[in-house]
Design a protein around this ligand. Structure first.
Ligand code: SD4
Length: 344
């Protein structure tokens, strides 16, 4: 990808028209005369979304269901011990316990969720089983663990040496800064994925996919805020906050300081705004603006980002701070991370 094209991508809402372009001929960007639906497609938050999307793409390309695609896609960061914000290797809470939050939602409006789940590497799959095997939506803490073990999940230590070391270092001052927006402060100096993991205190993977049948599903999974109070639950496992899918309209997911996303029921809001006719990026922007308008002083200090896709496969993102990235994968593009737009 040339610089010109990258610049173009960063400054334009990515639309079906744009994606119908010939991706090999940078600079010669002639829109296709008949923009069509960009499906199948998968998009996900942050740079680690690139590898996750590739796993999801295998399912989509083979004609599989978007629900399987998003589950298998987010397995990648969940299983990665070097990723200290999702799954195995996630930074612990202030008591040194790795507690995971995840949720999943399908094209029928079915959904499942776990919060504060310990010792299970793939909370997204437990969330899926909550959806498929119980009449409930959400299981938390010990109950979620009990359910996982009863359903064949293996109990594992999720606290890696690196994350334990980072936590012990943190204990020296035990300063809890949930509002810190680290990627913004360091983004200009070094790409986020190049930072030593323990310099992050948050980053969730939210993934949205549309399959060949045109059906939309989403998944969201995280270890939440590093060094949070034990028992704290963020937006990521909460349907409507961290993730929402409406198969008639589209889907949305969020990342950043979960408390503000919950307060504004962020992902549901984005989907409803798309229902009213806003583009995915404009819907994400309006959801971000609600947070900023309600708490301008706090908003300056925190990061919240939304990512959305509509039924046509058009997508967009918007964040309070710069530094938010997302990854896109479809038939013509499979490894690009595009900086999302931001308010500041
Ligand atoms: C939370 N939203 O627990 C999650 C953390 C995170 O990007 O996203 N980070 O509040």
């Amino acid at each position: 990808m040339t610089l010109n094209r990258r610049k173009f991508l960063t400054s334009a809402t990515i639309s079906a028209t744009l994606l119908a372009l010939d991706h090999k001929s940078a600079g010669a960007m002639i829109p296709s005369s008949s923009p069509s639906m960009i499906t199948p497609i998968v998009i996900s938050t942050w740079d680690f979304g690139v590898a996750a999307n590739q796993a999801a793409w295998k399912v989509l390309q083979a004609g599989g269901r978007s629900l399987d695609a998003v589950e298998q896609g987010v397995w990648v960061p969940e299983a990665d011990p070097t990723n200290q914000t999702v799954g195995y290797g996630g930074l612990p809470d202030r008591d040194g316990r790795v507690t995971l939050d995840a949720c999943i939602m399908d094209e029928h409006g079915n959904c499942g969720s776990v919060a504060g789940l310990e010792f299970i590497k793939h909370p997204i799959s437990v969330a899926r089983q909550v959806m498929e095997k119980t009449p409930h939506v959400m299981l938390v803490g010990d109950g979620a663990l009990q359910f996982a073990l009863e359903n064949g999940f293996k109990k594992e230590n999720l606290l890696t040496k690196e994350s334990e070391k980072a936590w012990k270092e943190w204990l020296k001052t035990a300063k809890y800064e949930p509002t810190m927006n680290i990627e913004n402060k360091l983004y200009d100096k070094v790409a986020p994925t190049k930072l030593p993991g323990n310099q992050y205190n948050h980053d969730t993977i939210g993934m949205l996919a549309i399959d060949k049948a045109g059906n939309i599903s989403g998944a969201c999974t995280t270890s939440g805020m590093a060094y949070k109070l034990h028992g704290r639950v963020g937006d990521s496992p909460i349907i409507g906050a961290g993730l929402y899918i409406d198969n008639e309209i589209g889907g949305a997911t969020s990342t950043g300081v979960g408390e503000e996303v919950i307060r504004n029921v962020g992902s549901f809001l984005v989907v409803e705004l798309m229902r009213q006719g806003l583009s995915p990026e404009d819907a994400c922007k309006e959801a971000v603006m609600r947070i900023i308008r309600k708490k301008p002083a706090i908003a300056k200090e925190i990061q919240v980002g939304f990512l959305a896709i509509n039924k046509k496969g058009e997508y967009g993102a918007y964040a309070i701070q710069k530094g938010f990235t997302f990854a896109v994968c479809h038939a013509k593009q499979n490894d690009l991370t595009i900086p999302g737009k931001s308010y500041y």
